[in-house]
Design a protein around this ligand. Structure first.
Ligand code: BMA
Length: 328
């Protein structure tokens, strides 16, 4: 079938993929291999979840959130031939930096990775007198360099766009508090140099239901002929605590703080055992997506219950029709 929606990106013939299971009507469906990364995939890991991957050389590379058995939150590099079976470094990424102050980090979690021009940039929630957005880069997944924190505390869910827009780097983020933040909208900021961020714009607020307490950008946005496809998480406060689900929006290509469409229903909510049971129950937390411009296939990596890493699949034509037909 000819694609209606064009993904502006590279073909990725080796994208991890499983067809929608028979009888499943969902627009986003889970891998039958979940969890693809168990909690104990490194010698001292308590949990490996909310993690990011990109195509690299003839396979894939990733940056993984690894909480260790001392319950320190760290990020580790990993490599994979197929995007499903991963070898994760047992030690955290040893970032290099020029200014000692930049290297101060009480914790690192929820990484995202994106290739912009000749560098792979990593953003994460960095503990610098409270949570803020750490930024670093690598070209080879061997040597890693840390740059200035993008913002003052408190902020989380810093997600870069995969190219400059109107000549500037662009980042989504979610200003927060120092704790478990019972509020939170998505904002956008731009930078000429990946160091100085400004020209802040509001993108989206919380609304009803699964996205009523706070929202945060998930994977790096995917550029399509219909706008930037942003997969994000939304949080509902139940009588038993937070529930994290996944939804999606389309943002204007040139003015990406303008929301064109946004899903009223969730795309995926915690329902499987590996999403409902773990260190933090009822969490589906997407941090990465691979896409194949040739076939329109999209593979989404998401954390389950703050414990394991999972994969889900969708197809761009169907997902974008769904977003438009089920928009707020
Ligand atoms: C958020 C972050 C995420 C986590 C989620 C649910 O504040 O800490 O890493 O998945 O809470 O615990």
């Amino acid at each position: 079938m000819t694609k209606q929606v064009k993904i502006y990106g590279e073909p990725l013939p080796n994208i991890p993929w499983e067809d929608r299971p028979e009888g499943c009507k969902d627009v986003v469906w889970r891998s039958g291999k979940n969890p693809i990364i168990p909690r104990d995939a490194t010698p001292t890991s308590n949990s490996i979840f909310n993690s990011a991957v990109v195509p690299f050389e003839d396979g894939f590379a990733g940056v993984f959130r690894v909480d260790n058995t001392a319950r320190e939150m760290r990020i580790h590099a990993g490599r994979s031939k197929d995007g499903i079976n991963w070898e994760i470094e047992p030690e955290p990424i040893p970032f290099k930096y020029e200014d000692e102050e930049v290297g101060k980090s009480d914790y690192k979690y929820d990484p995202r990775v994106v290739k912009i021009e000749d560098k792979y940039y990593i953003t994460w929630c960095n503990g610098y007198h409270g949570p803020t957005i750490g930024v670093g880069y690598t070209t080879d997944f061997k040597d890693f360099y840390q740059l200035e924190n993008a913002f003052l505390p408190f902020n989380r869910n810093g997600v870069l766009f995969p190219r400059k827009i109107n000549g500037k780097y662009v980042m989504l983020s979610r200003p927060s508090d120092n704790g478990h933040t019972p509020f939170g909208d998505i904002f956008l900021s731009e930078s000429p140099d990946m160091i100085h961020w400004g020209k802040h714009r509001h993108v989206m607020s919380t609304t009803d239901g699964w996205q009523s307490t706070k929202i945060g950008a998930g994977p790096v946005p995917i550029e399509t002929s219909e706008g930037w496809l942003l997969i994000y998480h939304g949080v509902l406060t139940s009588c038993n605590g937070f529930v994290y689900s996944m939804g999606a929006a389309l943002l204007d290509l040139e003015e990406p703080w303008k929301v064109l469409y946004r899903t009223k229903p969730y795309l995926l909510s915690p329902q499987k055992q590996y999403e409902c049971v773990g260190d933090v129950p009822n969490v589906v937390f997407p941090c990465a997506a691979l896409s194949d411009a040739e076939t329109g296939r999209i593979a989404i990596y998401y954390g389950g219950a703050d414990t394991v890493t999972n994969l889900a699949f969708t197809e761009v034509d169907e997902l974008i029709s769904f977003i438009k037909e089920n928009s707020l």
